[in-house]
Write a new protein. Sequence first.
Length: 151
Amino acid sequence: MERIEVATNRKAFRDYEIMERFEAGIVLVGSEVKSLRAFKANLTDSFACIEENEISLYNMNIAAYAQASYLNVEPKRTRRLLLHEKEIQRLKDKVAQRGFTLVPLKLYFNGRGIAKVELALARGKKFYDRREDVKRREADLSMRKALKHQR
């Protein structure tokens, strides 16, 4: 069973150091699911917050489905994420520590056709950390090129 990736938050991989990943269900309305199947979603600048014992996803944009007419909902509405209570409590404890945040990485349909969000417990990178990542990537690329030409 393969999963079908709808959207990826590439900015999160650049701006955050990913510590842990979680798979969460997402509460959607019918027209939103149809928009997702048409790959009309955007995770850029979205984030998750824990309020009481629920996790909510903010700023995720799911475009309005054209054929839904009056049944459409607001594209950037707050959406509830579904996790087990123990996982929510563990995330709550981690986020309470300084510097941790919850960032959605990917939005996809699993093998059974259910919409899921890959959520990450992340720590923000400093500017110099991002520069080091770029240097490391460029060094790896030049090394691969040199090895390719050597053969």
